[in-house]
Design a binder for this molecule. Structure first.
Ligand code: FES
Length: 148
């Protein structure tokens, strides 16, 4: 392989990596579209966590709900069939909106990280995330938004 072929190969590998990263990013970025606010509750169908591939059903780790009424989005994690957590995506350090990366919420401002239950994994934040009570009834999650 001469120098020119080597540079071409590196260029294709680089573009391939960027394309793969974009595809993976789109797979993990999920917005919740069908949740709605009813009174003091955010109501989300459990089926919003499902993705189907032929006869197989898979479950998303989380969905994010965003609404003009709320100042920050809410990230809802599916821990198992019966257990979910709902986290206010506001960093407890200085209030920056958090970003979701798989099982973690990260703060782009100073790097704080939180787990799926809102616990602190890395500072400088020293207070866990605000959580909302979640109940599961008739195939729907009811997330109490009282005092948001
Ligand atoms: S505002 Fe999030 S770590 Fe500072």
């Amino acid at each position: 392989m001469d120098r020119k072929d080597f540079i071409k190969s590196c260029g294709f590998a680089c573009f391939g990596s960027i394309g793969l990263a974009a595809v993976l990013q789109s797979c993990f970025t999920t917005n919740l579209l069908s949740g709605k606010i009813e009174g003091d509750n955010l109501v989300v169908p459990v089926t919003d966590f499902e993705t189907k591939n032929g006869p197989n059903v898979f479950f998303k780790k989380y969905v994010v709900f965003q609404n003009d009424i709320l100042q920050y989005p809410i990230c809802i994690y599916r821990l198992n069939e019966h257990e979910y957590t709902a986290l206010w995506m506001r960093c407890t350090h200085q209030g920056t909106e958090l970003q979701v990366f798989g099982d973690k919420l990260q703060c782009p401002a100073h790097g704080s990280e939180f787990d799926r239950r809102g616990g602190i994994q890395n500072g400088p934040a020293d207070i866990k995330l605000r959580t909302f009570p979640v109940t599961v009834e008739n195939g729907q999650l009811k997330i109490s938004l009282k005092a948001v």
